[in-house]
Ligand binder design. Structure first.
Ligand code: ZN
Length: 160
């Protein structure tokens, strides 16, 4: 069988950036198990996995547009330092949680200048070219329940 919509796919993967730095990996953990074709992975990776078989290995480069999108200047916000509470000393690169109109969001402090703090609300991987090594380690048909729920049940998936 091949990877196609509504198959349950187990993958081992390593994600690197263009510089070869490892950003994420399943190495040393159990494989990632996902339901194919419902948007659980970034579009570029789902496209690359489509039609592959158990035992397939992929080495793919995915542009930001097919991954987490480009960085947007509109997602930088300058706010006063005085608006922050908490004990931790603020520094560039620190993550802070914000309350927005759309619920809680994570931002990264990208600059601190005097009493002004610049927050970056872009996804951390926005604008990043993704280099994936992927091995398809298992493949099976999804059950009717999994298809109706839109996620995987059993080992590696949701339990309920
Ligand atoms: Zn379910």
């Amino acid at each position: 069988m091949k990877v196609t919509k509504n198959t349950v796919v187990s993958i081992d993967y390593t994600l690197r950036n263009k510089e070869g730095e490892v950003l994420d990996t399943s190495s040393g953990r159990t494989p990632l198990v996902y339901l194919h074709g419902v948007g659980q992975l970034i579009p570029g990776l789902e496209n690359e996995l489509e039609g592959k078989e158990k035992g397939s290995s992929l080495n793919v480069v995915i542009a930001p547009a097919d991954a987490y999108g480009e960085r947007h200047d509109s997602l930088y916000h300058v706010v006063p330092k005085s608006g922050f509470t908490g004990d931790e000393e603020m520094h560039v690169g620190m993550q802070v949680q914000l309350e927005t109109d759309n619920g809680p969001a994570i931002a990264v402090i990208s600059n601190i200048e005097g009493e002004e703090v610049t927050l970056d609300l872009n996804h951390p991987l926005a604008g990043v070219e993704l280099h994936f090594d992927v091995d398809v380690v298992d493949l099976r048909e999804a059950t009717a329940d999994e298809i109706s729920h839109g996620h995987v049940h059993g080992p590696g998936g949701h339990h309920h």
